[in-house]
Each structure stands twice: as structure tokens, then as C-alpha cells.
Design a protein. Sequence first.
Length: 71
Amino acid sequence: MDVAKILVELRQEREQIEEAILSLERLARGRGRRRGRPPTWMAEITAKRRGRPPGSKNKPTSKSVGTTTIG
């Protein structure tokens, strides 16, 4: 390989790396919470469930489990 060609390719890679670093730095800075409706793919991931979680039915308390009626 020609040395000049290697230098050209390395310079191109350096530019690409610098662009990637800049875009990652912008992402890291962020802008806080965005306003408006989230995109559909994000809404599917973070869909809020309402009501009780599964498996949390009303279970009898320890007082009512062992009670007997005298009659």
C-alpha cells in the first residue's frame, strides 16, 4: 500500500471519529425532558399500566385466617 493512500484513509477515519464524538457529546448534554407526545416505539416500551399489578389480589390477613365462630 502507498503511504499517501494510508494517510488519506487515516484522516478520513479521524474525521468520522471526531463527528461521532461530537454527536455523543451532544447526546450526553441532552436537553432535559422533551415536550409533546413520545414516538410510538417509545410509548410501547414505557406504556403505563393502571390498577394493581398482577398477583396482588386481596389476600386474607393473618387475623381472619385463624378465626372461628363460637355459636
